[in-house]
Design a protein around this ligand. Sequence first.
Ligand code: HSE
Length: 425
Amino acid sequence: MKKVGVALLGLGTVGGGTYRILKNNHDSIKKNYGVDLEIRHILEKDMTKARALGVDESIISCDINNIINDAEIKIVAEFFGGIEPAKSFLIKCLLAGKSIVTANKEMFSKYWHELEAAAKKGKAGLYFEASCVGGVPIIRTLTQSMQGNNILSLMGIVNGTTNFILSKMADEGLAYADVLKEAQSLGYAEADPTADVEGFDSMYKLSILSSLAFHTKVPLDKIYREGISKIDKIDIEYGKKFGYALKLLAIGKKQGGKIEARVHPAFVPSSHPLAAVKGSFNAVHIIGDNVGDIMLYGRGAGDLPTGSAIVSDIVFAARQDKHRHATFNNLTDKVSDRGFSKDFCCEYYIRMTVKDVPGVIAAISSAFAKNSISINSIQQQVQGQNASIIFMIHKTGERGIKKALEAIRVINTVESIDALIRVEE
Ligand code: HSE
């Protein structure tokens, strides 16, 4: 029986969940997968966490060298989050020949190449199933199950906090600020919610997922990002009337040989499988040229769901004689613009407030026409001296829309442009 030593960096929510799974499933993992996993060391300064889990205190310290110098430790799972000291510790481990397992999407998306270089040097493995969509096995699906396809599109709800907020706004007609407060009091949203609500977390995950899907490193600076903090509940209501659900989507597509990657709120038809993904659940919808549509659905966060992905990587790593690494076409961090789209195309929902006087719609329509933008439908509601107008726009380029809106904004009968929401089919 192969005995494999494991170390954990941190014993917080996911570290604790991983510890529990490794303990509870030790015998079944041994029986079913032929590896005897032994937790030999844990880095953690808060002993109360360790005591609550019943960890033997003699295997806890704050010194990474206790792990580096233990030749029996072959796999190190990291739960610190953030960049440092996680990155330096993991590079040290990789160079010492220890495989690493991480859920740290920010560090991984920013320093993948550096980690991979250290892994190759140390002949160690680099595993990151838990970095994207928690317990949902999306990384292994992309790396091990799609070889018979060119992936055409990947579209996901990869952040549970924002999906919880948008679902509650839609189902209960509540305002963003009120739901955010509730999400914070339930522990779904952080005290500083920026990383989730402004789309950074989704962007890190999209960088990793689209890099794997398109075999080309997709750096963060090639991803368009917009969050949900400006979403007005009124647009969710109007969207529902038009047959749409609003979601924060992470989208990667390859069209005409170019990759486009973007994170933003978007309407999807209520019949789309992603529309049914509610609350803190996550899902990723993939289209392969041969397999067609696939959707993976599940919990994107939490101690046991994310711990489940970590343990799957630990077992996978423990069973490898030789570790494989990603197969990117671009092998350095210096990625040229050549393979990436500079624009993208969508349908659009645009709401604006105008003065209720003759010629307003003609002036707005003319600005759209000058930018070759075709209107699909117009709905108007008069409110006193003003009118609220919603334009649904046929599929067109983002640049053209932005240009048209610049011209519309300065029409003196246009009071405000209140919402621009992309529509994905
Ligand atoms: N904060 C993330 C979410 C989970 O809300 O989905 C970790 O990436």
